[in-house]
Design a protein around this ligand. Structure first.
Ligand code: GLV
Ligand code: GLV
Length: 319
Protein backbone atom coordinates (compact mmCIF):
# COMPACT_ATOMS: atom_id res chain seq x y z
CA UNK A 1 0.00 0.00 0.00
CA UNK A 2 1.17 3.51 -0.81
CA UNK A 3 2.33 5.52 2.18
CA UNK A 4 -0.07 8.29 3.15
CA UNK A 5 1.07 11.83 2.33
CA UNK A 6 1.16 14.80 4.68
CA UNK A 7 1.62 18.44 3.79
CA UNK A 8 2.93 20.80 6.48
CA UNK A 9 2.34 24.49 5.70
CA UNK A 10 5.34 25.86 7.65
CA UNK A 11 8.78 24.79 8.68
CA UNK A 12 8.56 22.75 11.89
CA UNK A 13 11.27 21.01 13.92
CA UNK A 14 12.93 17.79 12.76
CA UNK A 15 11.41 16.01 15.74
CA UNK A 16 7.89 16.86 14.61
CA UNK A 17 8.60 15.86 11.01
CA UNK A 18 10.08 12.57 12.27
CA UNK A 19 6.84 11.90 14.17
CA UNK A 20 4.87 12.31 10.96
CA UNK A 21 7.34 10.21 8.97
CA UNK A 22 6.57 7.17 11.13
CA UNK A 23 3.28 6.89 9.23
CA UNK A 24 3.57 9.04 6.12
CA UNK A 25 5.75 10.77 3.61
CA UNK A 26 5.99 14.44 4.42
CA UNK A 27 6.23 17.60 2.35
CA UNK A 28 6.80 20.97 3.91
CA UNK A 29 6.53 24.65 2.96
CA UNK A 30 9.77 26.01 4.39
CA UNK A 31 9.58 29.74 3.64
CA UNK A 32 9.10 32.26 6.44
CA UNK A 33 5.95 33.59 4.79
CA UNK A 34 2.65 31.74 4.29
CA UNK A 35 2.31 29.53 1.25
CA UNK A 36 0.50 31.34 -1.57
CA UNK A 37 -3.07 30.11 -1.98
CA UNK A 38 -2.63 28.68 -5.48
CA UNK A 39 0.38 26.66 -4.39
CA UNK A 40 -1.45 25.39 -1.33
CA UNK A 41 -4.38 24.23 -3.45
CA UNK A 42 -1.90 22.48 -5.67
CA UNK A 43 0.04 20.81 -2.86
CA UNK A 44 -2.99 19.42 -1.01
CA UNK A 45 -4.46 17.78 -4.10
CA UNK A 46 -3.20 14.29 -3.28
CA UNK A 47 -2.50 14.48 0.45
CA UNK A 48 -4.19 12.52 3.21
CA UNK A 49 -3.42 15.06 5.92
CA UNK A 50 -2.51 18.72 6.18
CA UNK A 51 -0.94 20.47 9.15
CA UNK A 52 -2.10 24.08 8.94
CA UNK A 53 -1.48 27.42 10.65
CA UNK A 54 -4.05 30.15 11.22
CA UNK A 55 -2.74 31.77 8.03
CA UNK A 56 -4.29 29.05 5.83
CA UNK A 57 -7.94 29.15 4.89
CA UNK A 58 -9.54 25.73 4.75
CA UNK A 59 -12.81 26.06 2.86
CA UNK A 60 -15.04 24.35 0.31
CA UNK A 61 -12.66 25.17 -2.54
CA UNK A 62 -9.69 23.54 -0.81
CA UNK A 63 -11.71 20.55 0.35
CA UNK A 64 -13.08 19.92 -3.13
CA UNK A 65 -9.54 19.93 -4.45
CA UNK A 66 -8.09 17.71 -1.71
CA UNK A 67 -10.01 14.57 -2.53
CA UNK A 68 -7.95 12.23 -0.32
CA UNK A 69 -7.89 14.51 2.70
CA UNK A 70 -8.78 12.88 6.01
CA UNK A 71 -7.56 15.36 8.59
CA UNK A 72 -6.78 19.05 8.97
CA UNK A 73 -4.59 19.54 12.06
CA UNK A 74 -4.56 23.26 12.88
CA UNK A 75 -1.60 24.41 14.94
CA UNK A 76 -3.65 26.87 17.01
CA UNK A 77 -6.43 26.74 19.54
CA UNK A 78 -8.54 29.08 17.39
CA UNK A 79 -9.99 27.68 14.18
CA UNK A 80 -11.87 30.55 12.54
CA UNK A 81 -9.65 29.92 9.48
CA UNK A 82 -11.43 26.59 8.98
CA UNK A 83 -14.94 26.00 7.66
CA UNK A 84 -15.97 23.25 10.09
CA UNK A 85 -19.30 22.56 8.39
CA UNK A 86 -17.58 22.05 5.04
CA UNK A 87 -15.03 19.72 6.64
CA UNK A 88 -17.88 17.72 8.11
CA UNK A 89 -19.58 17.45 4.73
CA UNK A 90 -16.34 16.16 3.23
CA UNK A 91 -15.79 13.73 6.11
CA UNK A 92 -12.58 15.48 7.12
CA UNK A 93 -11.53 15.46 10.79
CA UNK A 94 -10.42 18.82 12.21
CA UNK A 95 -8.19 19.13 15.26
CA UNK A 96 -6.79 22.13 17.16
CA UNK A 97 -4.19 22.53 19.92
CA UNK A 98 -5.99 23.36 23.17
CA UNK A 99 -4.50 23.00 26.67
CA UNK A 100 -0.82 23.00 25.64
CA UNK A 101 -0.96 26.76 25.01
CA UNK A 102 -3.29 27.79 27.83
CA UNK A 103 -0.72 28.96 30.38
CA UNK A 104 1.62 30.64 27.88
CA UNK A 105 -1.28 32.56 26.35
CA UNK A 106 -2.55 33.59 29.79
CA UNK A 107 0.97 34.82 30.62
CA UNK A 108 0.97 36.98 27.49
CA UNK A 109 -2.53 38.29 28.22
CA UNK A 110 -1.36 39.31 31.66
CA UNK A 111 1.88 40.78 30.36
CA UNK A 112 -0.11 42.88 27.90
CA UNK A 113 -2.55 43.92 30.63
CA UNK A 114 0.30 45.09 32.85
CA UNK A 115 2.25 46.71 30.02
CA UNK A 116 -0.84 48.67 28.98
CA UNK A 117 -1.99 49.63 32.49
CA UNK A 118 1.51 50.70 33.54
CA UNK A 119 2.53 52.23 30.17
CA UNK A 120 5.58 50.00 29.90
CA UNK A 121 6.23 50.32 26.16
CA UNK A 122 5.48 54.05 26.17
CA UNK A 123 7.91 54.51 29.06
CA UNK A 124 10.54 52.49 27.23
CA UNK A 125 10.15 54.65 24.10
CA UNK A 126 10.32 57.78 26.27
CA UNK A 127 13.64 56.70 27.75
CA UNK A 128 15.13 55.56 24.45
CA UNK A 129 14.10 58.83 22.81
CA UNK A 130 16.18 60.72 25.38
CA UNK A 131 13.13 62.38 26.90
CA UNK A 132 13.96 61.40 30.50
CA UNK A 133 15.38 64.73 31.58
CA UNK A 134 13.83 65.05 35.03
CA UNK A 135 11.68 63.19 37.50
CA UNK A 136 8.17 64.44 38.16
CA UNK A 137 5.41 63.08 40.37
CA UNK A 138 2.96 62.17 37.64
CA UNK A 139 5.52 61.19 35.00
CA UNK A 140 4.17 58.20 33.05
CA UNK A 141 1.65 57.45 35.79
CA UNK A 142 -0.55 54.52 34.87
CA UNK A 143 -3.45 52.63 36.40
CA UNK A 144 -3.35 50.28 39.38
CA UNK A 145 -3.29 46.62 38.52
CA UNK A 146 -3.26 45.33 42.07
CA UNK A 147 -6.76 45.37 43.56
CA UNK A 148 -8.43 46.49 40.31
CA UNK A 149 -11.52 44.85 38.82
CA UNK A 150 -10.85 42.50 35.93
CA UNK A 151 -13.59 41.60 33.45
CA UNK A 152 -13.01 38.50 31.35
CA UNK A 153 -15.17 38.08 28.26
CA UNK A 154 -15.04 34.40 27.27
CA UNK A 155 -14.20 32.20 30.24
CA UNK A 156 -12.58 29.25 28.46
CA UNK A 157 -9.40 27.56 29.59
CA UNK A 158 -7.31 30.65 28.89
CA UNK A 159 -9.79 32.90 30.68
CA UNK A 160 -9.60 30.70 33.75
CA UNK A 161 -5.80 30.78 33.65
CA UNK A 162 -5.90 34.59 33.45
CA UNK A 163 -8.27 34.62 36.44
CA UNK A 164 -5.84 32.50 38.47
CA UNK A 165 -3.10 35.04 37.78
CA UNK A 166 -5.41 37.93 38.66
CA UNK A 167 -6.09 36.36 42.01
CA UNK A 168 -2.43 36.76 42.91
CA UNK A 169 -2.83 40.46 42.17
CA UNK A 170 -5.75 40.78 44.57
CA UNK A 171 -8.12 41.60 41.72
CA UNK A 172 -11.88 41.38 41.81
CA UNK A 173 -12.85 39.14 38.88
CA UNK A 174 -15.99 39.38 36.78
CA UNK A 175 -16.65 37.20 33.77
CA UNK A 176 -19.11 36.91 30.93
CA UNK A 177 -19.64 33.53 29.35
CA UNK A 178 -22.41 31.45 27.81
CA UNK A 179 -22.33 29.04 30.72
CA UNK A 180 -21.43 29.26 34.35
CA UNK A 181 -17.97 28.02 35.40
CA UNK A 182 -18.40 26.67 38.91
CA UNK A 183 -14.86 25.44 39.35
CA UNK A 184 -13.34 28.71 38.19
CA UNK A 185 -15.66 30.57 40.55
CA UNK A 186 -14.54 28.45 43.47
CA UNK A 187 -10.89 28.69 42.55
CA UNK A 188 -10.69 32.41 41.77
CA UNK A 189 -13.81 34.02 43.25
CA UNK A 190 -14.87 35.07 39.74
CA UNK A 191 -18.44 36.29 39.41
CA UNK A 192 -20.66 35.65 36.36
CA UNK A 193 -22.26 38.92 35.16
CA UNK A 194 -23.97 40.27 32.05
CA UNK A 195 -21.81 41.94 29.41
CA UNK A 196 -23.10 45.43 30.28
CA UNK A 197 -22.27 45.06 33.96
CA UNK A 198 -18.85 43.72 33.11
CA UNK A 199 -18.10 46.66 30.82
CA UNK A 200 -19.40 49.21 33.32
CA UNK A 201 -17.56 47.87 36.35
CA UNK A 202 -14.23 46.58 35.06
CA UNK A 203 -10.94 48.47 35.18
CA UNK A 204 -9.48 45.93 32.75
CA UNK A 205 -11.60 44.21 30.12
CA UNK A 206 -9.87 41.19 28.60
CA UNK A 207 -11.39 39.71 25.47
CA UNK A 208 -10.78 35.98 25.05
CA UNK A 209 -13.71 34.70 23.02
CA UNK A 210 -13.15 32.69 19.86
CA UNK A 211 -14.22 34.46 16.66
CA UNK A 212 -17.65 33.16 15.62
CA UNK A 213 -20.71 34.68 13.94
CA UNK A 214 -21.90 35.59 17.45
CA UNK A 215 -18.72 37.35 18.55
CA UNK A 216 -17.83 39.11 15.29
CA UNK A 217 -17.60 42.87 16.07
CA UNK A 218 -18.73 42.16 19.63
CA UNK A 219 -16.95 45.33 20.79
CA UNK A 220 -18.33 48.43 19.07
CA UNK A 221 -19.19 52.08 19.87
CA UNK A 222 -21.89 51.11 22.35
CA UNK A 223 -19.72 48.65 24.24
CA UNK A 224 -16.73 51.00 24.51
CA UNK A 225 -18.99 53.82 25.68
CA UNK A 226 -20.16 51.65 28.58
CA UNK A 227 -16.58 51.26 29.83
CA UNK A 228 -14.98 53.55 32.43
CA UNK A 229 -12.83 56.48 31.27
CA UNK A 230 -9.98 54.98 33.29
CA UNK A 231 -10.41 51.48 31.90
CA UNK A 232 -8.06 49.41 29.78
CA UNK A 233 -9.16 47.12 26.95
CA UNK A 234 -7.10 44.03 26.11
CA UNK A 235 -7.67 41.79 23.07
CA UNK A 236 -5.92 38.45 22.83
CA UNK A 237 -8.65 36.63 20.91
CA UNK A 238 -9.09 37.57 17.25
CA UNK A 239 -9.12 40.98 15.61
CA UNK A 240 -12.52 40.27 14.07
CA UNK A 241 -14.21 40.55 17.49
CA UNK A 242 -13.51 44.30 17.61
CA UNK A 243 -14.73 47.20 15.49
CA UNK A 244 -11.33 48.88 15.19
CA UNK A 245 -12.76 52.22 14.06
CA UNK A 246 -14.97 52.28 17.16
CA UNK A 247 -11.98 51.40 19.35
CA UNK A 248 -9.99 54.21 17.77
CA UNK A 249 -12.81 56.68 18.47
CA UNK A 250 -13.14 55.48 22.06
CA UNK A 251 -9.40 56.02 22.63
CA UNK A 252 -9.22 59.41 20.93
CA UNK A 253 -12.39 60.69 22.63
CA UNK A 254 -11.02 59.35 25.94
CA UNK A 255 -14.02 57.11 26.56
CA UNK A 256 -11.49 54.49 27.61
CA UNK A 257 -7.94 54.97 28.83
CA UNK A 258 -5.80 52.57 26.83
CA UNK A 259 -5.79 49.38 24.79
CA UNK A 260 -3.46 46.41 24.50
CA UNK A 261 -3.85 44.44 21.29
CA UNK A 262 -2.23 41.17 20.27
CA UNK A 263 -4.61 40.67 17.34
CA UNK A 264 -5.97 42.79 14.50
CA UNK A 265 -8.65 42.76 11.80
CA UNK A 266 -5.93 42.42 9.19
CA UNK A 267 -2.73 40.55 10.08
CA UNK A 268 0.07 41.41 9.75
CA UNK A 269 -1.40 44.77 10.76
CA UNK A 270 -0.71 47.44 8.10
CA UNK A 271 1.67 50.06 9.57
CA UNK A 272 -0.84 52.81 8.71
CA UNK A 273 -3.55 51.34 10.95
CA UNK A 274 -4.56 54.47 12.94
CA UNK A 275 -4.54 52.52 16.21
CA UNK A 276 -0.75 52.21 15.93
CA UNK A 277 -0.36 55.99 15.99
CA UNK A 278 -1.80 56.33 19.50
CA UNK A 279 0.58 56.48 22.49
CA UNK A 280 -1.91 54.63 24.68
CA UNK A 281 -2.05 51.55 22.45
CA UNK A 282 0.31 48.66 23.12
CA UNK A 283 0.42 46.54 19.97
CA UNK A 284 1.90 43.07 19.62
CA UNK A 285 2.20 40.85 16.51
CA UNK A 286 -0.11 37.97 17.56
CA UNK A 287 2.33 36.29 19.95
CA UNK A 288 -0.14 34.90 22.49
CA UNK A 289 1.25 31.39 22.60
CA UNK A 290 4.73 32.23 21.34
CA UNK A 291 7.17 30.62 23.73
CA UNK A 292 9.77 28.17 22.46
CA UNK A 293 8.39 25.42 24.69
CA UNK A 294 4.73 26.00 23.85
CA UNK A 295 5.21 26.22 20.09
CA UNK A 296 7.01 22.86 20.20
CA UNK A 297 4.16 21.35 22.22
CA UNK A 298 1.58 22.74 19.78
CA UNK A 299 3.43 21.31 16.77
CA UNK A 300 3.76 17.93 18.47
CA UNK A 301 0.06 17.83 19.34
CA UNK A 302 -0.89 18.70 15.76
CA UNK A 303 1.45 15.96 14.48
CA UNK A 304 0.14 13.45 17.01
CA UNK A 305 -3.40 14.12 15.79
CA UNK A 306 -2.33 13.36 12.22
CA UNK A 307 -0.47 10.20 13.27
CA UNK A 308 -3.56 9.02 15.15
CA UNK A 309 -5.98 9.55 12.27
CA UNK A 310 -3.64 8.01 9.68
CA UNK A 311 -3.27 4.99 12.01
CA UNK A 312 -7.05 4.60 12.28
CA UNK A 313 -7.02 5.81 15.90
CA UNK A 314 -8.97 8.52 17.69
CA UNK A 315 -7.35 11.98 17.39
CA UNK A 316 -6.37 13.61 20.69
CA UNK A 317 -8.12 16.92 20.22
CA UNK A 318 -10.83 16.70 17.55
CA UNK A 319 -13.32 19.55 17.15
C1 GLV B 1 -3.58 31.60 18.30
O1 GLV B 1 -4.11 32.66 18.14
C2 GLV B 1 -4.29 30.39 18.49
O2 GLV B 1 -5.50 30.35 18.21
O3 GLV B 1 -3.67 29.41 18.90
C1 GLV C 1 -10.31 28.18 24.37
O1 GLV C 1 -10.33 27.10 23.84
C2 GLV C 1 -9.50 28.45 25.53
O2 GLV C 1 -8.62 27.62 25.80
O3 GLV C 1 -9.74 29.49 26.17
Amino acid sequence: MKKPQVFVTRKLTDEVIAMLETVASVEQWTEEYPIPRELLLDRVEHVDAVLTMLTERVDEELLTKAKNLRIVANMAVGYDNIDLAACKRHGVVVTNTPDVLTEATADLAFALLMATGRRVTEANRFLLNGEWTSWSPMLLAGQNVYGATLGIIGMGRIGEAVARRARGFGMRILYHNRNRKHQAEEETGALLVGLETLLQESDYVVLLTPLTDETRLLMGDREFSLMKETSVFINVSRGGTVDEAALYRALVEKKIWAAGLDVFQIEPVPPDNPLLSLPNVVALPHIGSATLQTRVEMAKLAAANIVAVLSEKEPLSAL
